[in-house]
Design a protein around this ligand. Structure first.
Ligand SMILES: [Zn+2]
Ligand SMILES: [Zn+2]
Length: 65
């Protein structure tokens, strides 16, 4: 499964370590590069921490990952 990054429109591959997919949203799937999301304050928490939250740029729902 792959898709376009919401921010840079580059291809996001599900095999990449660097990818984020928000798929729990009824009418949209959102693909993000972690580096793109990080630059826009979409991700809260550090990469070292197991607990991070990601804000969906499409609908604003906050997911805990
Ligand atoms: Zn990107
Ligand atoms: Zn959403």
């Amino acid at each position: 499964m792959s898709g376009e990054c919401y921010f840079c429109h580059g291809l996001v591959l599900s095999g990449e370590r660097d990818h984020i997919v928000l798929d729990g949203h009824a009418d949209h799937q959102v693909y993000l590069h972690e580096r793109c999301a990080a630059g826009r304050n979409v991700i809260e928490g550090s990469a070292e921490s197991s607990e991070r939250t990601v804000t969906c740029p499409e609908c604003g729902v906050v997911e805990t990952r």
